[in-house]
Design a protein around this ligand. Structure first.
Ligand SMILES: Nc1ncnc2c1ncn2[C@@H]1O[C@H](COP(=O)(O)OP(=O)(O)O)[C@@H](O)[C@H]1O
Ligand SMILES: [Mg+2]
Length: 177
C-alpha cells in the first residue's frame, strides 16, 4: 500500500515526508519491528556522532493509524556525482565513524547490499541503508542494530565480524561504481 507523501518503503516499513526537513517511518499494527527499541538505538548512536540519522520525536497519526518515528530528512545523491578522490575521503570518514560506534557498543547490522528484483550482478546490488549527502555518508535503519550490553560480548563480536566484511564490500561498490 502507498501512503500520501510516501518516499520509499523498505522490507518492513514505509517512510513518508513530514516536511522539508523531517520524515516519518511508519509502524502499523502489522509491523513486526518495535518502534520503542528502534528509537532508543537511534538516540544512542546520536550521542556518539552524526553518522546515524538524527532522531526527532515519536508521534501517532490518527489519519494514518500509524505510530511514527520522526527523524531528520536525508536527500541522498548518486555516488557518481562525485570524484573518486572525494569518495575515498568520505569512505575513510565513514569507517572512522562506524568504528567509533562499534567501540561504543553499537553495531548497525544492516549495511549489506540488497538484491533488486530482476538484476543479478553487482549493478543490481544496492546498499540502501547507506546514503550519500553533501556532507558525506550517513546511515539509516537501525531496525536490527544491536547494543553490546543487550546481546553480550560473544554475539556482539560475531556481528562485528559480519559488519567488517560488508564494509569491504561497500568500499568496492562505492568506489567502483
Ligand atoms: N531519514 C530518511 N530520509 C530520507 N529517506 C529515508 C530516511 N529513512 C528512510 N528513508 C527511506 O525509506 C526507506 C525505508 O526505510 P528503512 O528505515 O530502511 O526501513 P526498512 O526497515 O523497511 O528497510 C529507505 O530505504 C530510504 O529510501
Ligand atoms: Mg532499510
Amino acid at each position: 500500500m502507498k501512503y500520501p507523501r510516501q518516499l520509499s518503503a523498505g522490507a518492513n516499513n514505509a517512510v513518508i515526508a513530514v516536511s522539508k526537513t523531517e520524515v516519518a517511518k511508519l509502524f502499523t499494527g502489522d509491523t513486526r519491528s518495535d518502534i520503542g527499541s528502534e528509537a532508543e538505538k537511534i538516540k544512542f548512536a546520536n550521542t556518539i556522532n552524526d553518522l546515524v540519522v538524527r532522531f526527532i520525536r515519536l508521534d501517532y497519526s490518527e489519519e494514518l493509524q500509524a505510530e511514527m518515528l520522526v527523524m531528520e530528512r536525508i536527500r541522498p545523491f548518486d555516488y557518481r556525482a562525485y570524484e573518486i578522490e572525494r569518495r575515498e575521503l568520505w569512505y575513510d570518514v565513514f569507517v572512522d565513524e562506524l568504528t567509533a560506534l562499534h567501540q561504543a557498543g553499537f553495531v548497525h547490522r544492516d549495511l549489506k547490499p540488497r538484491r533488486r528484483p530482476g538484476l543479478s550482478d553487482l549493478g543490481g546490488l544496492a546498499f540502501d541503508n547507506i546514503l550519500l549527502t553533501e556532507h558525506g555518508l550517513r546511515l539509516i535503519d537501525v531496525g536490527i542494530s544491536a547494543l553490546k550490553w543487550q546481546v553480550g560480548e560473544r554475539i556482539f563480536a560475531r556481528y562485528l565480524d559480519v559488519e567488517q566484511t560488508e564494509l569491504v564490500q561497500f568500499r568496492d561498490y562505492f568506489l567502483n561504481r
